[in-house]
Design a protein around this ligand. Sequence first.
Ligand code: URA
Length: 439
Amino acid sequence: MQTGTGRFVDLIHRKKEGKALEPREILTMIRQYVAGEIPDYQMSAMLMAVCFQGMDDEELTALTLAMRDSGETVDLSRIEGIKVDKHSTGGVGDKTTLVIGPLVAACGVPVAKMSGRGLGFTGGTLDKLESIPGFCIGLSEDEFFEAVNSTGISVIGQTGNLAPADKMLYALRDVTGTVESIPLIASSIMSKKLAAGSDKILLDVTTGSGAFIKDLDQSRELARRMVAIGKSAGRETVAMLTSMDEPLGYAVGNNLEVKEVIRTLRGDGPADLKEVCLALAGMMLSLGREGLTYEEGRELAEKTMESGAAYDKFIAMVKGQGGDLSYIENPDRFERAAFQGEVKAKEDGYLVSMDTEGIGITAGLLGAGRDTKESKIDYSAGIIMKKKLGERVQKGDVIAELYTADKERLMRAEAYMGACCQISDIKPEPVKLVVDIIR
Ligand code: URA
């Protein structure tokens, strides 16, 4: 590593002291890490230094572009039409891609999407899709194009050589407590989005107790920095700030969330999930169709959802990627957890706030996430919330049901989740779901 001394440890010291790194140093760092010349323990220390010290715009652009250029970039020109990508900064019970993808595709805008796995306390679209028996997220590039051209939608994992630097850093951050950092999140998301080749990008920047960035001003800053990276790379980028002060919908955990998606696409989903999905789909449609406003896009999305066409598109996607349709047609077939527990209200009052990150951690304790890079997920594990923010509860009412394959995990999770929901006598204001739009 060319750092003056040639030692990477000196670069770590510089960042730790809050000094800026040179763009060429950042480029070399990413190249060497991907080549296996910088060990995970040193990169972990660098990531932790970035978490504490941040990065300026020049460093952030250099990091994002180095990560984008660490592998191949996708050419989506074999797919007709304007390709709009959507990416969430992560949340708890955030299953929007599985609803919006088929919905937007059913409106005629192609969805060629590369998604990610769970990170920290949040779930990942790929893990959710893989909870559908047979569903293949590892299509080749040709199969991916073929699927989008024939059904209008395909959702796959990042290809092996698309932003490999992000793939490696993402897995490392997940297990080293280095997820919550504006430059690390912004570069992770934007490097993938820029490499994935779409014409336009919609970012769902979550904010609140279940988001990586909890503070509204900081979330705005994350949105602003990602929109700026998109602009400097010549891609129209819009960010929607959405609330994550409680899990989206009721279900948290892989096959539990897929079942909720199926209900939503059949017209019987939770109101908050539906509202956020219609807003995001409306924005994707307005970006993907010349002359369509956001409001018109939202209206089109709502009509399409009601017509059942989005559900049909979801079926076509699952079929096209090898998933067993009998599970979609009859969701009771999904594997059920062997053990079930409950979290009950300790007093009378209104549910005024939730530690939504804590709820995500509880889902992980139940087996819905990974403790280490190698952990296997229990697809049936997770939580079904029985109450939403602002609801009146009485002492002893069930606030959440917990599901897991492992009795010991259940005991730990029940104890942890017990402290995640706060009750008070004062009725809270209703939650605003779409908080802001940043262009
Ligand atoms: N989503 C990503 O893709 N990367 C992050 O760092 C956080 C959320």
